[in-house]
Design a protein around this ligand. Structure first.
Ligand SMILES: *[C@@H]1O[C@H](CO)[C@@H](O)[C@H](O)[C@H]1NC(C)=O
Ligand SMILES: *[C@@H]1O[C@H](CO)[C@@H](O)[C@H](O)[C@H]1NC(C)=O
Ligand SMILES: *[C@@H]1O[C@H](CO)[C@@H](O)[C@H](O)[C@H]1NC(C)=O
Length: 429
């Protein structure tokens, strides 16, 4: 017997032992009910070489339709509008676009189905509460940020006005922010890395946020990549989407772990691993992520179809959030867009600091080939064109742990946003 099969046998024994009784607070009947609800019957099943199982589910039987308000939802099969691309500045160092996910090497989903990453029993057994499965932890404001403090709560200047962001418990961010308009879209090229995550209940992201609403109860649509062992059961870099209507208190979730997001494409699965990871001084890879309120662009009067579309790669529609159903402020527009990274850990903003890294694990000052970048952080306003925001501010919660640097190489070129860091180091003990 090989080492591998012995350890997997051991794992099976442990799991069967555990399944004899309740684990922690999780009730096993509840686990099975949840699994049945999340995993819809498959028309075809694809076993990916990374261990994922992808179910091709009838598009009309996907989890979105479990949402009470989406029972009679008519699927919008594709976005009904194209945003005008501004030509990006061409001084950018070369990086390759990652166009597909690992599972696609093992098969594809037929027309009329959507690819859904199967949730396993052990994924649910890792959680303390089935109700909170797949959800980002609630954002708890600790204090208003204070600029006299050099380490915590840096506030960005936008348009020469200092913005004050509240300090959040258990979260550390390094972001580029824009406010001041109504945004009906945002996009970015995000460099792909696989940063270390120290403990299983921590995660790290590189992403876009579109937000609206009051600070303690905001609505947010998010997408990018993450390393999140608690959710996915491994430390691969994965493409994710997340939404919330109440700053993660009781609504929303990652990917399709709750009902709401409507998948339409056959090519991209939410939570699927990204094939190519950049290396220091080596080949750089990026994904392109865009979130657009298409219907609004076409018909401002018909909120029933005000959907926020998620696009991946050069122009692949993944699906959409039906804003009229899920959102209230975001039915109309977003008022704050952020690009960058976030580390979730009970050990941020304290000593000893977590070793969970952000971005590439290098500081923003490492620039191209070392630090994680976000290029072409574009927004869409009512002019319906993608463009670099008029005002931006860069901001890091803990600049000695994870830094932020909006770097303009030369006059006349657009800045590239670099961010990240190792977490714990001699300046961040
Ligand atoms: C910010 O820090 C200063 C100096 O430490 C202090 O006087 C002030 O009350 C603080 N403000 C807030 C909002 O915490
Ligand atoms: C930015 O600054 C200009 C000039 O001070 C002002 O007219 C404009 O309203 C400001 N915009 C925002 C969003 O604060
Ligand atoms: C931070 O995380 C720890 C560990 O999960 C948790 O006990 C604590 O309540 C969290 N703090 C806040 C303010 O949410």
């Amino acid at each position: 017997m090989t080492k591998l099969s012995i350890s997997s046998l051991f794992l099976m024994l442990v799991l069967s032992y555990l399944s004899d009784g309740a684990i922690g607070k999780v009730n096993l009947k509840e686990v099975d009910r949840k699994l049945k609800q999340l995993n819809k019957p498959a028309v075809k099943t694809i076993q990916s070489e990374d261990g994922d199982i992808i179910d091709c589910v009838d598009i009309y039987k996907q989890p979105a339709f479990d949402h009470p308000a989406l029972k009679n939802h008519v699927i919008q099969m594709k976005p009904n509008f194209d945003v005008k691309e501004e030509k990006p500045s061409t001084t950018a160092e070369s990086s390759k676009l990652v166009v597909s996910q690992t599972w696609r090497r093992s098969g594809s989903c037929p027309e009329g189905t959507v690819p859904i990453r199967r949730i396993r029993r052990e994924d649910l057994l890792r959680t303390n509460s089935i109700d909170r499965f797949g959800r980002k932890p609630q954002e708890i404001v600790v204090s208003k940020s204070n600029t006299t403090n050099q380490i915590d709560g840096h506030s960005p200047f936008i348009n020469n006005t200092k913005l004050s962001f509240p300090t959040m418990a258990n979260r550390s961010a390094a972001v580029l922010v824009t406010v001041g308009y109504n945004y009906i879209g945002a996009k970015a090229d995000i460099n792909v890395w696989n940063p270390q995550v120290e403990a299983n209940d921590e995660f790290t992201t590189a992403q876009i946020w579109l937000k609206a609403g009051p600070g303690d109860n905001f609505e947010s649509l998010e997408s990018g990549w993450t390393v999140n062992p608690h959710l996915y059961g491994d430390r691969r870099t994965r493409f994710f989407a997340h939404w919330t209507k109440d700053s993660y208190k009781t609504t929303g979730c990652f990917d399709l772990t709750c009902s709401g997001f409507v998948l339409t494409g056959t090519e991209i699965t939410l939570g699927g691993a990204i094939d190519h990871i950049s290396s220091h001084f080596g080949q750089q890879y990026k994904i392109t992520v865009g979130i657009y309120m298409y219907s609004l662009m076409v018909d401002f009067q018909d909120p029933k179809t005000s959907n926020w579309w998620l696009k991946y790669g050069s122009d692949i529609p993944v699906g959409y959030w039906p804003a009229a159903t899920l959102m209230s402020y975001l039915k109309h527009s977003s008022t704050l867009v952020e690009w960058g990274g976030q580390v979730y850990s009970p050990n941020v903003k304290k000593k000893p600091h977590t070793r969970t890294a952000m971005g590439s694990g290098d500081f923003a000052s490492g620039l191209f080939g070392n630090a994680c970048f976000i290029r072409n952080p574009n927004i869409v306003d009512y002019s319906l064109a993608l463009k670099y925001p008029e005002w931006v501010g860069a901001w890091a919660d803990e600049a000695y742990c994870y830094s932020a640097y909006n770097y303009q190489k030369s006059y006349g070129t657009l800045p590239v946003f670099y961010f990240g860091g190792p977490g714990q180091n001699h300046n961040c003990p």
